[in-house]
Design a protein around this ligand. Structure first.
Ligand code: ADP
Length: 216
């Protein structure tokens, strides 16, 4: 199973990524975490990354591909992945799709999590007091939300056009969001690559019973 999580800061990509990866027994690869690990390692590349992250700007594509590609290729060889926070730009998405075709590890689905901006900001400010992330200050949060709207949000249309997008309201408790993702994934219509899609649906049905449905 190979899934992308596409969401603005604060929508809960990390939380949902962990939950889905545990249920599907695939790896959770968080782009921001891998980039922060590089910063902690104190390499020259890490120093560059730190500057972009502190401002809330996107890290240059070449650095992102250098850091992420080995982890994604390895996970793909071991049953798949939930990839959160990548791709974040159209050039990243098209290059990732090319690599996916070359290695025969194309995507099963992209999950788009959305929530009102006030909710996102409030969650990030609450997290700031718990985790102390350098980019969780009011000004940098505002900038990260702008970067998402301008640069990353166009990917919603890109994946919708490819027929693999499911959109889920992230302004609900985490377990309801997970349940909703499960429902929406199982509803993905089986188009041209019907065989792959029907395998995806079968896998989702196998773990669906573990997730409580949200009260309607
Ligand atoms: P959030 O989505 O809350 O901003 P992340 O941990 O996903 O948190 O990302 C934090 C920062 O890491 C981003 O603001 C950006 O600087 C960098 N980053 C993460 N993913 C990417 C990416 N795919 N391309 C470029 N920069 C990225």
């Amino acid at each position: 199973m190979r899934l992308l999580l596409l969401a603005p800061p604060g929508a809960g990509k990390g939380t949902q990524g962990e939950r889905l990866a545990a249920r599907l027994a695939v790896r959770h690869i968080a782009a921001g975490d891998l980039l922060r690990a590089e910063v902690r390692a104190g390499t020259p590349r890490g120093d560059q990354i730190a500057e972009y992250q502190a401002r809330g700007d996107l890290v240059p594509d070449q650095i992102v591909f250098d850091v992420l590609t080995p982890a994604v290729v390895e996970a793909a060889a071991h049953g798949g992945y939930i990839l959160d926070g990548f791709p974040r730009t159209l050039p990243q998405a098209t290059r990732a799709a090319e690599i996916g075709v070359q290695l025969d590890v194309t995507l099963d689905a992209t999950v788009y999590l959305y929530a009102p901006e006030a909710v996102l900001t409030q969650r990030l400010l609450a997290r700031a007091s718990q985790e102390g992330r350098a980019d969780d200050t009011a000004g940098v949060i505002r900038h990260r939300l702008e970067v998402f709207a301008e640069t990353t949000e166009p990917l919603v249309a890109y994946y919708r056009k490819r027929g693999i997008l499911v959109a889920v309201d992230a302004d609900q408790p985490p377990e309801s969001v997970t349940a909703q993702i499960q429902v929406r994934l199982s509803e993905l219509t089986p188009p041209r690559n019907g065989l792959r899609r029907s395998r995806l649906c079968a896998r989702i049905r196998r773990w669906a019973w573990m997730i409580p449905r949200s009260p309607s």
